[in-house]
Design a protein around this ligand. Structure first.
Ligand SMILES: [Zn+2]
Length: 472
């Protein structure tokens, strides 16, 4: 970091919207797959093919805009951004230029300048000296979110992106997976000496493939620009690529080489008109947002800030928790929180499975916790039962029944086990009577073994003490 300069960062985030079909045609909106299998005359720019706007995109874009507190424009315009590149068969990208769908929002402390709808390009695959074109992604729906240039550190930029990702995932707008490219980020950064100075000359950073690389690239750029400025030089306005291997940014093109896109309104697409009633309807689909939900988990369920934070990190997990809690009851909220964030999350992580593919139904986890709280199963047995639930998807009742695993609480049965163990281990009894009370643990262990782990350990402990006293 450079204490000598004020850092100004702005972000441009592209988010791939989750919809069934592409932006202007009925091709499936799924990335990947066999190249050029999800294409049609519209998304490959054949002469005479006309775009038809996908209404679902409008719903998702407005939902995203509301989630980050933007004002919705009742009239927005699609424009053509003209340039040539082999992955863009129409030679123009349809985007929103002068009038975007939404403006003037905020997230956390950061202002959002605008949010607009645009289409994605295809993909070039470079192989052994030649390049191939895959248009499966061409014309997939994107939103671009542009922040105000008011972020002051790489850490703040990373926090903004993590926050944005969480909110958009909550809203169900996109999975925002940077690795898969469904969330992409460019960052503008400039330095200046004093708060009153105009913004310095900026560089635009690209090829940022993770939140971590956004932060590292910005850190590097602060160092690079401050060295130039400190030695009396001038930063030139340019686009720079982050190189993951050398951990440096490298110049790609300067402003002089930058294109004039000659934007103009797309003659094939009418203005996008959005009524207030539509906006109000979309707003009813906004879920409770992470911060609010976290607070409610603390006040309503009595969880710690930490547990509430872990459970509300992802909407799927928070939904799961509330579903399970209905079965085990509010008093078991802490035990349930621990089972969900330790046992369930641990298993899912180990297998690389997401919460939505969790084989254990929320109601089943709820009833397992209920069985433990009622003393019907011990902690150790519960772990075995859970392992089986995870493997088979069966309910805990079903597994307990099938395996005869119910905890033994009957005094007669526990007495019988304890008496046998005491009879078989006179040496341990003698030690205990000599005051070496530590051997009690070994005796409890023996009883647990005899009862195949089913005896209630607390009762075993009490019973053993009571029986040994009689030996005196
Ligand atoms: Zn198509």
């Amino acid at each position: 970091m450079s204490p000598d300069y004020i850092v100004t960062i702005g972000l441009e985030v592209h988010v791939h919207l989750d919809t069934k079909t592409k932006l202007f045609c009925s091709c499936p909106n799924i990335t990947g797959g066999e190249p050029n299998t999800r294409i049609c005359p519209v998304c490959t720019g054949q002469p005479g093919a006309l775009p038809v706007f996908n209404e679902r995109v409008l719903f998702q874009a407005v939902l995203a805009a509301l989630a980050i507190n933007c004002r919705i424009n009742h009239r927005s315009i699609f424009a053509r951004k003209q340039y040539f590149y082999p992955d863009m068969p129409t030679n123009y990208q349809i985007t929103q230029h002068e009038l975007p769908i939404a403006e003037k929002g905020h997230l956390g402390g950061t202002g959002i300048n605008r949010l607009h709808i645009e289409e994605d390009a295809g993909k070039l695959i470079h192989t052994g000296g030649s390049s191939l074109v895959d248009l499966n992604r061409a014309s997939a729906p994107l939103i671009e979110i542009v922040t105000e240039p008011e972020i002051t550190s790489p850490q703040e930029a990373g926090d903004f992106l993590r926050n944005l990702r969480q909110i958009l995932r909550y809203a169900g707008v996109s999975d925002c997976d940077m690795e898969k490219g469904s969330m992409r980020c460019d960052a503008n950064i400039s330095l200046r000496k004093n708060q009153d100075d105009p913004l310095g000359v900026k560089s635009e950073l690209k090829n940022l493939n993770s939140f971590r690389s956004v932060e590292m690239a910005l850190d590097y750029e602060i160092l690079r620009q401050s060295e130039i400025l400190s030695s009396g030089g001038e930063v030139i306005q340019e686009t720079r690529l982050w190189d993951e291997d050398s951990l440096r940014t490298k110049g790609m093109r300067t402003k002089e080489e930058s294109d004039d896109y000659r934007f103009f309104s797309d003659p094939d697409l009418p203005p996008l008109l959005v009524g207030e009633d539509f906006v109000e309807e979309v707003a009813t689909y906004l879920p409770e947002m992470p911060d609010a939900r976290k607070n409610r988990f603390v006040t309503e369920f009595g969880l710690s800030e930490y547990d509430a934070g872990v459970l509300t990190q992802e909407k799927d997990t928070a939904d799961y928790f509330e579903e399970a809690l209905k079965v085990c009851g509010l008093k078991q909220s802490k035990m349930l929180a621990s089972w969900l964030s330790v046992e369930v999350a641990g298993q899912l992580n180990a297998l690389g499975v997401s919460m939505s593919d969790n084989p254990v139904k929320p109601a089943h986890l709820g009833s397992l916790v209920r069985e433990i709280s009622q003393g019907n199963v011990s902690g150790t047995m519960a772990k075995d039962i859970f392992a089986e639930m995870f493997e088979t998807g069966f309910s805990p009742e079903n597994i307990i029944e099938k395996k005869g695993l119910k905890q033994i609480n009957s005094e007669d049965e526990i007495n019988a086990f304890c008496e046998k163990v005491l009879k078989d281990n006179p040496d341990l009894v003698e030690k205990y009577l000599d005051g070496k009370h530590g051997v009690l643990g070994a005796m409890v262990g023996q009883v647990m073994k005899e009862s195949r782990g089913q005896a209630n350990p607390k009762k075993v402990n009490e019973t053993l003490r009571r029986l040994i006293e009689k030996f005196q």
